[in-house]
Design a protein around this ligand. Structure first.
Ligand SMILES: Cc1cc2nc3c(=O)[nH]c(=O)nc-3n(C[C@H](O)[C@H](O)[C@H](O)COP(=O)(O)OP(=O)(O)OC[C@H]3O[C@@H](n4cnc5c(N)ncnc54)[C@H](O)[C@@H]3O)c2cc1C
Length: 452
């Protein structure tokens, strides 16, 4: 006998949690299926532990550049303990309890489709049926096809964010935000870090100047960044580590290989093919502008193949849940913040100049050296470094892109996020009054330099 619900949410990462909470608050009889922990990759092995770990070395380095302070000691066991608190010691019993108190049926296990009309899922020996199913099954790390990699110590984001000891030497494979953040953290914690980047630069999705900023930061940390390089093979080293043979013939001996090689949408094993729901070549579940994959079937977050960010998963969940609840919502997720939590932070939103050119936009760009232009960098830091760049559409007189490298850039980039999403006229932005002395004042400097 199947148990019947109004909506079943599969996956309890940030997307699934927002979806089920909203649906339950809207009065629907809901079930939440999770095969591991309520909180998902973000809560236990992604955003939360990585940002918690990065904060210690960040504050330490910042303090070194504050007048009157000297470098504080970093207590690794204490930082590690706090990371363990932040990941709830991998115990979600309180979350399960909370959902149950709020009327959500929490089902622990792996869900697989066994029917449609209505959508029917098997979870262990239970069968759940619902008019609406929201898939929020996230993504899994991609393992590169390097012969011998299965014979050496390899960390995905899971082992890297759960680490107990700092390795002596690590090779990071990949050049995206995850590899940059993990490399930055490990290098600042005293590990000898080498990044192997297949492409010509770090942060390939971003303006090339941001890749240069990331490389500069990593080099200042003592890390080595090898671009245009790949590992051809791996073999165990005598000391329990790994020897990577690179494609230029060099060998790199490390204690651990850390993968930052991207993620694959989590559709494997869901049985979508059995119920006639196609996935794309990457295994992603394409959705329409309401986050609908098929009538009554919704998908949110990483599983959709959209950029892998928690804020996108949560946004999709709001769109899908509100639509199920009968509200009019349209997915509009092209413009969203993209922050790399280095010190200083690297933040971007919207288009790069190359993307604007490809889109046929007549664009004007202005880049400001924040330390040269503003007071705040100097009250904040004795050796400030920061840049802010704006990209505007001359014809529409609105911003279409922005990036910043500065302390708290991940916070103040939201000025540009809103300006781009809402197409705020540049003349309105020029009349804005920013608090003195703040980094946000840089927007006026950059706006005034745009040649429109
Ligand atoms: C190291 C690292 C750092 C990151 N830092 C950031 C950051 O700072 N900011 C940011 O915005 N993003 C960050 N991300 C990305 C972010 O973690 C993801 O985009 C986000 O977790 C996606 O949320 P989601 O709800 O789609 O899926 P997930 O968080 O992956 O959750 C999916 C859940 O579904 C469950 N599940 C899967 N299949 C089934 C099944 N068949 N049955 C039952 N349950 C199932 C899984 O167990 C999991 O709990 C980071 C990622 C990594 C790896």
């Amino acid at each position: 006998m199947s148990e019947v619900f109004d909506a079943v949410v599969v996956g309890a990462g940030p997307g699934g949690e927002v979806a089920v909470s909203r649906l339950a608050a809207g009065g629907l009889r809901t079930a939440l299926v999770e095969k591991e922990l309520i909180g998902g990759e973000c809560g236990y092995y992604g955003c939360i532990p990585s940002k918690t770990l990065l904060r210690g070395p960040e504050a330490q380095a910042q303090a070194e550049r504050v007048a009157g302070l000297s470098r504080p000691a970093l207590d690794w066991p204490a930082l590690r303990d706090y990371r363990d608190v932040m990941v709830r010691h991998h115990d979600d019993s309180r979350q399960v309890e909370e959902y149950r108190k709020n009327g959500v049926e929490v089902v622990k296990g792996s869900a697989r489709f066994v029917g449609r009309d209505p959508w029917t899922l098997a979870v262990g020996d239970r069968v759940l049926a619902a008019e609406h199913v929201v898939l929020a099954t996230g993504s899994q790390p991609v393992r590169p096809d390097i012969p011998g990699l299965d014979r050496v110590p390899v960390w995905t984001n899971r082992e890297a964010t759960s680490l107990r000891e700092i390795p002596g030497r690590a090779a990071l494979i990949g050049g995206g935000p995850v590899a940059v953040e993990l490399g930055h953290f490990l290098a600042r914690m005293g590990c000898e870090v080498t990044l192997l980047v297949r492409g010509e630069r770090l942060l390939a999705r971003e303006d090339p100047r941001l890749g240069e900023e990331a490389a500069r930061l990593l080099s200042a940390d003592g890390a080595t960044v090898l671009t245009g390089r790949q590992a051809r093979s791996a073999r165990p080293s005598g000391s329990g580590g790994a020897v990577l043979e690179l494609d230029d013939g060099r060998e790199l001996t490390v204690d651990v290989v850390v993968l930052g090689t991207g993620r694959r949408p989590g559709t494997a094993g869901l049985g979508l093919e059995d119920v006639g729901v196609p996935v794309d070549v990457r295994g992603a579940l394409p959705v329409d502008d309401r986050c609908r994959a098929a009538p009554g079937l919704w998908a949110v977050g990483d599983v959709t193949g959209r950029p892998a960010f928690t804020h996108l998963a949560k946004y999709h969940a709001r769109v899908a849940a509100d639509t199920i609840l009968g509200k009019r919502r349209v997915r509009n997720d092209a413009v969203h913040p993209r922050v790399v939590f280095t010190e200083p932070e690297i933040a971007a939103v919207g288009m790069t100049p190359a993307e604007a050119e490809r889109a046929g936009i007549d664009a004007a760009e202005a880049t400001v050296d924040l330390a040269a232009a503003l007071a705040r960098p100097w009250t904040f830091d004795t050796e400030p470094h920061g840049r802010l760049s704006l990209l505007a559409d001359r014809e529409r007189r609105v911003l279409v892109g922005a990036w910043a490298v500065a302390p708290m850039a991940g916070e103040f980039i939201h000025y540009a996020v809103l300006a781009i999403r809402a197409a705020v006229p540049i003349d309105v932005l020029l009349d804005d009054i920013a608090q003195f002395p703040t980094y946000s004042e840089g927007f006026l400097n950059a706006l005034e330099q745009l040649e429109l």
